[in-house]
Write a protein that binds this ligand. Structure first.
Ligand SMILES: NC(=O)c1ccc[n+]([C@@H]2O[C@H](COP(=O)([O-])OP(=O)(O)OC[C@H]3O[C@@H](n4cnc5c(N)ncnc54)[C@H](OP(=O)(O)O)[C@@H]3O)[C@@H](O)[C@H]2O)c1
Length: 255
């Protein structure tokens, strides 16, 4: 395997959720180009159809029954097993008015980003080969608390814990776990953001970083390093220091 997990003699097989857009779309295109068999999942059949050569699977990650049905079909009809499963589907909504905390928004984000992962793990983990890997999409938002990110940040922090714990429990079964923590990547999800996004990368750059990290067996894939290392460094400082920085940033965003 080369640095981004390129061709070996037997065709490798990956399942990617959230493959219809942004990072998941780019990963699907790049794995296809590398000769992998790609199972590309999303809700929108039309958007998935741009992935010529991929096996398209249409389901909502919030529909546990639909996920289980997909897994049954993959096992019993297609008899496929995976070298890699990337649980990437996700959403982002912000808490704009903390005094009128939107509980339904909070539920939507936790549901789509976290609860759905439980259902995907239940369905797809049994289809991963021994020696295979599952990768969970978190975010660099977990390194420091960002304003308005109460729902999104909490969901991604939950995923980071989930991945760390799962790593210990799956090791004896020969399945590895990676957590992916991107900085800002230009996608429809971030196009909605109304604040400065330093060191934003393209989906192509994100895909390279993710595929390289997965091919090297990294447990935590974070990029761009210049951005994530700054966040990690700040997270080591006393709370008061980064709180001041975040409050300043919030004030600047409100201007
Ligand atoms: N972009 C960034 O800067 C950034 C940074 C850190 C982490 N991330 C994470 O990376 C992942 C991908 O984000 P992105 O930036 O590529 O955003 P995106 O372009 O909006 O893609 C999100 C993907 O998730 C799918 N999805 C959302 N809700 C779904 C549901 N209920 N059921 C099935 N699929 C669903 C979407 O499918 P549909 O076509 O069906 O809507 C789409 O394919 C997310 O988990 C996000 O939190 C992104």
């Amino acid at each position: 395997m080369n640095a981004v997990g390129s061709t070996s003699k037997t065709q490798q097989c990956v399942l990617i959720t959230g493959a219809s857009s942004g990072i998941g779309l780019q990963l699907s295109l790049d794995y296809l180009q590398q000769g992998w068999k790609v199972y590309a999942c999303g809700r929108d059949e039309q958007r998935l159809s741009q992935l010529t050569g991929a096996h398209q699977r249409v389901f909502d990650v919030n529909d546990a029954e639909a996920i289980a049905a997909q897994a049954t079909a993959l096992k019993e009809v297609e008899q496929v097993t995976f070298d890699l499963v990337i649980l990437n589907a996700g959403t982002c909504e912000y808490i704009n008015d903390p005094l009128h905390f939107d509980g339904q928004l909070f539920e939507r984000v936790i549901q789509t980003n976290v609860i759905s992962m439980g259902h995907c793990l239940a369905a797809f983990l049994p289809l991963i080969k021994a020696g295979g890997r599952v990768a969970l999409m978190s975010s660099s938002a977990v390194y420091l608390p960002f304003p308005r990110a109460e729902a999104y940040g909490a969901s991604k922090a939950a995923i980071q814990y989930l991945a760390s714990s799962l790593l210990i429990d799956l090791k004896p079964h020969g399945i590895d776990v990676s957590v992916i923590c991107p900085g800002f990547v230009k996608t429809p999800l971030t196009d909605k953001n109304d604040f400065a996004m330093p060191m934003q990368q393209t989906p192509e750059q994100a895909s390279i970083a993710i595929r390289q990290g997965l091919a090297k067996g990294e447990q935590e894939i974070h990029f761009p390093r210049r951005f994530t290392l700054i966040l990690k460094l700040f997270s080591l400082l006393p709370r008061g220091v980064w709180q001041k920085i975040m409050l300043r940033r919030k004030a600047a965003d409100n201007r």
